[in-house]
Design a protein around this ligand. Sequence first.
Ligand SMILES: [Zn+2]
Length: 339
Amino acid sequence: MDQKIAEIGSQLQKEFEAVKSAEELEQLRIKYMGRKGVVNDLVKSIPTLPVEQRKTAGQLINKLKNDINGKLNNKKPAEESVTTKKKGAGLFDVTLPGKSIPLGNKHPLVKTLDEIKEIFGKLGFEVEYGREIELEYYNFDALNIPANHASRVDFDTFYISDKALLRSQTSTVQIRTMEKRKPPIRIIAPGKVFRPDTVDARHSFMFHQMEGLIVDETVNFGDLKAVLHLFAKAYFGSDIKMRFRPSFFPFTEPSAEVDISCSICKGKGCSVCSYSGWVEILGAGMVDPNVFKAVGYDEEKYTGFAFGMGVERITMLKYGINDVRLFFENDIRFLSQFK
Ligand SMILES: [Zn+2]
């Protein structure tokens, strides 16, 4: 046995010296270290030896093994570079973990818009998109905000010409949709709106709104409350509470501003909710009969409700974001948190 191992040792020394390529080295590895290789055969033959020789044989085989491994490792880098030069391909270790490629993720506002569409989609709402450049008529007149009406002052607006403007609200889509379709109508209309506001932590000259509108023969305020409750619980969580405060909008009557229990402090009071435990998330109401008149609907026959919410606002409330500018600065450190 000792002699046999010594012979193998000198034989392999010669073979290693003769190696010229990575392939040859690999063949040697298989020949000596493979599952059916020389070393394994030796190991298998140990039980056939007389008991007193087995220990020494084991030690010699181990030594041989280390020797071969050492040779394999020493030879590798040199061979690798030779092969790479020759054939353009080197040895590589297929067991190494792969490099992870950084993946992008949805912008938080896109994520919110997708969630909104999914929630309302389950309630049977279709998605409508209006135009970002609108006529004054759709942004104001048809929504019961006539020229010289005091409430028009509340809607600062970018005018492009006498009659054309960048829409300051997504309510324009209500009119566009009702003009081209007959009831029943059940839509949401997400999109960009524009107002000449000075940019700060709470204002941006461009932001996103999501309008909702239902028109049918028996729609009432209870339906409005039910739909908004379902939405708030689906988006903010089932423990959220909701309250309606009377308000005024030109295109709805009666109108309400809708608050939810603060999602940051769970109603206990924090700086986001001004320590009141409530935060406003949207405005809503029953469609004003004058709006139906503008689109030629029979206001005696149909009723409906509408609501509008700020997409940035509900995203900020959900994730505890305190500055609207973060959405538009494209800082990867911020954006990559929304997987
Ligand atoms: Zn709070």
